[in-house]
Ligand binder design. Structure first.
Ligand SMILES: C[S@@+](CC[C@H](N)C(=O)[O-])C[C@H]1O[C@@H](n2cnc3c(N)ncnc32)[C@H](O)[C@@H]1O
Length: 263
């Protein structure tokens, strides 16, 4: 394709409101197999569909993560949750990505450490994407509601639980950018009245599913992080908040007492 054609695509994307029009045009041209596919991708993007759905992948910690329309698109800020978790992930650890979406978190950990990785989500499209993304690491992906989706033998054996479950308060979904609000299913975003409904359920199950000394990592907004910390403490987890100002990310890390008897 000629440089002038790529510029024409960028012009069309910019006119429709794409801020990074040149980069997006280059990505579309690089991803599409022929001119017909380029035209179809540009039309979809101009109509407002997220770029990741259009090209079929998202970048996460340098990995190319497969993304199908209808799955939650992994966010750059969530790379911080993975960095924090990697501090404690040992070789051979059992790592679970619960509410996995594309499975980006589990894949990013497994790309850096030899671990056994499991993932689960309630949405069939997420399970499909996660199976694709975790296949190179032998990841085991299942469908269902939180812990009920996991194999029973993981009870009391999870070393590191990554759980970026929905945390947008229901009333605030209308304030999200259209790409999220209109294209990502609300089950991937909606955290209930204060955004912490699913998080509370994860914490309630963590004591039973984590190994003694096991770790839980979640992402929360500035306002929610101290509440999530208290929720963890009330569930007998030690808890701390870490923040990355550049990424605008808060991670709440809970840990089960290493000496605790697991019933
Ligand atoms: C905010 S998205 C995050 C996805 C992924 N962890 C990430 O960070 O890219 C939350 C995910 O939790 C899933 N989810 C919501 N409720 C769930 C439930 N009750 N059980 C399992 N998964 C659930 C959604 O389908 C969605 O994929």
């Amino acid at each position: 394709m000629k440089a002038s054609d790529v510029r024409a695509i960028a012009d069309r994307l910019r006119a429709s409101g794409c801020v990074f029009a040149e980069d997006e045009a280059a990505l579309i041209v690089e991803t599409a197999r022929d001119a017909t596919e380029i035209a179809a991708m540009v039309d979809r993007r101009v109509s407002g569909e997220p770029l990741e759905y259009v090209v079929g992948w998202a970048s996460f910690r340098g990995l190319r993560i497969a993304v199908e329309p209808g799955v939650f698109i992994p966010r750059r800020r969530t790379e911080f949750l993975v960095s924090e978790a990697l501090r404690v992930v040992r070789d051979g650890a059992v790592v679970v990505d619960l509410g996995c979406g594309t499975g980006a978190l589990g894949a990013a950990v497994a790309a850096e450490r030899p671990v056994t990785v499991y993932a689960a989500d309630i949405e069939p499209v997420a399970v499909r994407c996660a199976r694709t993304n975790l296949a190179p690491y032998g990841g085991i992906v299942s469908a269902g509601d939180l812990f009920t989706a996991l194999p029973d033998e993981l009870r009391g054996r999870i070393d590191v639980l990554l759980s970026n479950v929905p945390y947008v308060p229901t009333d605030e979904i209308r304030l999200l950018p259209p790409e999220a609000r209109l294209y990502e299913p609300h089950v991937t975003l909606d955290g209930g009245p204060d955004g912490l409904t699913t998080l509370r359920r994860v914490v309630a199950g963590a004591g039973e599913w984590l190994a003694p000394g096991g770790h839980l990592y979640v992402e929360m907004s500035d306002r929610q992080a101290p509440i999530a910390e208290s929720v963890m403490q009330a569930a007998r987890l030690t808890a701390e908040i870490t923040t990355d100002d550049d990424l605008g990310a808060n991670v709440v890390h809970g840990r089960l007492d290493p000496a605790l008897d697991v019933e």
